[in-house]
Ligand binder design. Structure first.
Ligand code: ADP
Length: 480
């Protein structure tokens, strides 16, 4: 089974969010399961730096202008990767999607059209003589790949489009359509047009043979107006083609028994090291030594993540003798609100703004509870990392959070199946209720240890996701 895996970022070379973690782990898991998976990515400088043994596979002229484009073949994180070397589009430092001021690059429609267009060029084997059975495109950046494949017609690889977050759709003004080198009739309601604009996400959803998303819960939710971001009608009309496959945890990176970033390693049989990690986190972040629990946050700061609700419960959290350790970056208003909270509660609230991979590990290991009160959450990785590290996730009952965390209700605790705290209503009152339940459980350390043990024994390895994706590929190409 030959699979071209089309995306934009890969941990550790280039990461803006969970997508990079997925792109590092899933292709490897698929290769371990026997598939010939190769990545296709823009040659962003950070990826070029990380690539090994690059050689030119082919040179071509694209319809998007600029000098001729080279496709390089290299190894990235142990997986063969084709890198699209088009300097005028990709040789820009920093974030792959926005400039230093956080503005979308004005030629993003061309930059990501090229990604989809090159993906479709693999169909005839003219790149490196390698012809995929499946083109698997990820999120809006790769959303045109299924459209270019559909435009080719005839015999072609099957296409799979995975939605990692429906909230980012890649929308562009209608006039940009003329730049995309697609048949005129593709700009229609039954194509990639959405409310008069070009929409790359819709292209993926409309033209792909199969659609997947990153948890069963989110697969159901996006078919409703509340979570569908305007695409629910289209998704309902394609319900038979939509599947939810839960993301996994890369145990080589996120495992407290082997994690070199920790003050002391530990596992569920010997969890004592966690106390050292907590003490070391407190001292690193300037939190007072106290007997209460540490609530952690590692997150992008966007309204999706519901962290305004955390600000709303801070007085109560501090009043219960608990502390907040937070690492995040994003919307300036949220950043300054958390900074103000730190100033208001010295020793009880500590906030680190920015992106810090090592601190992320230390924070998840050193906290007792990890807060993920998202308004929507396609899968969420941090709550799964938290489970592995025995930091009980406190999550909202949405998407992948609901699929991965079992509430510490009295019955679940008694049955040894509780792994965290789950609340339903996206409100300060809803989150406050869960906070009180967490604090109540903390006061019974025997019960707490029981729930923590169950949490740490959860297995969210990538093998089962890889198996499900392979089954889906085989449904599309039974003979491959
Ligand atoms: P999303 O992809 O929506 O940001 P996920 O939970 O799926 O959310 O993945 C987030 C990933 O980004 C995790 O690996 C998490 O540890 C990491 N992360 C988020 N914010 C930061 C930060 N400020 N510093 C370091 N890592 C972060």
């Amino acid at each position: 089974m030959r699979v071209l895996y089309v995306s934009t970022e890969v941990f550790p070379a280039l990461k803006t969010g969970g997508l990079a973690d997925v792109n590092a782990a899933l292709p490897r898991a698929l290769r371990d399961a026997g598939a010939d998976v190769r990545l296709l990515l823009p040659a962003f400088p950070a990826l070029v730096c990380a690539a090994q043994g690059a050689r030119s596979a082919v040179r071509m002229d694209s319809p998007f202008g600029g000098a001729s484009t080279r496709v390089l073949l290299a190894q990235l994180a142990g997986v063969p990767a084709y890198l699209i070397d088009a300097e005028e589009f990709y040789a820009r430092p920093g974030n792959p999607y926005v400039d230093a001021a956080g503005r979308e690059w004005p030629d993003n429609h061309l930059r990501f059209a090229l990604l989809g267009w090159v993906a479709a060029r693999f169909a005839d084997g003219s790149i490196d003589g390698w012809r995929p059975d499946i083109v698997h495109a990820h999120d809006w950046h790769a959303g045109l790949a299924p459209a270019y494949l559909a435009a080719r017609g005839g015999e072609r690889p099957a296409s799979v489009f995975t939605v990692h977050n429906l909230g980012y759709q890649g929308e562009f003004a209608a006039e940009k359509f003329a730049d995309l080198a697609l048949p005129r009739d593709f700009f229609s309601m039954h194509g990639l047009e959405f409310h008069g604009k070009v929409n790359f996400m819709k292209a993926g959803l409309h033209y792909a043979d199969r659609i997947t998303t990153v948890s069963p819960g989110y697969a159901r939710e996006i078919q409703t107006p509340e979570f569908g971001c305007g695409m629910d009608g289209l998704l309902r009309s394609r319900a038979g083609a939509v599947t939810g496959i839960l993301n996994g945890v890369d145990g080589a990176i996120w495992n407290p028994a082997t994690d070199a970033n920790l003050a002391l390693r530990y596992d569920w049989k010997n969890p004592e090291g966690k106390a050292r990690c907590k003490a070391s986190l407190r001292s690193a972040l300037g939190l007072a030594d106290a007997s209460g629990p540490v609530f952690g946050v590692v997150s992008r700061l966007t309204s999706q993540k519901g962290l305004d609700l955390v600000l709303g419960i801070l007085p109560e959290l501090v009043a219960c003798g608990a502390q907040l350790a937070m690492l995040g970056a994003g919307e300036p208003e949220l950043e300054s609100a958390f900074q103000a909270a730190q100033a208001r509660y010295p020793g009880a609230v500590s906030v680190r703004l920015g992106y810090d991979e090592i601190l992320a590990h230390q924070l998840i290991a050193g906290s007792d509870v990890l807060l993920v009160p998202s308004r929507f959450e396609p899968c969420g990785l941090t709550q799964m990392y938290a489970l592995a590290y025995g930091s009980l996730p406190l999550v909202r009952r949405v998407g992948g959070l609901a699929d991965t965390v079992r509430d510490a209700s009295t019955e679940n605790v008694a049955a040894d199946i509780a792994t965290g705290f789950v609340f339903t209503e996206a409100s300060i009152a809803g989150l406050h209720g869960a906070l009180l339940r967490a604090v109540a459980l903390w006061s019974d350390q025997g019960q707490w240890a029981r729930v923590r043990r169950a949490a740490m024994q959860q297995n969210f390895g990538w093998e089962s996701a890889a198996r499900l994706y392979l089954e889906l590929y085989r449904e599309l190409r039974p003979l491959a």
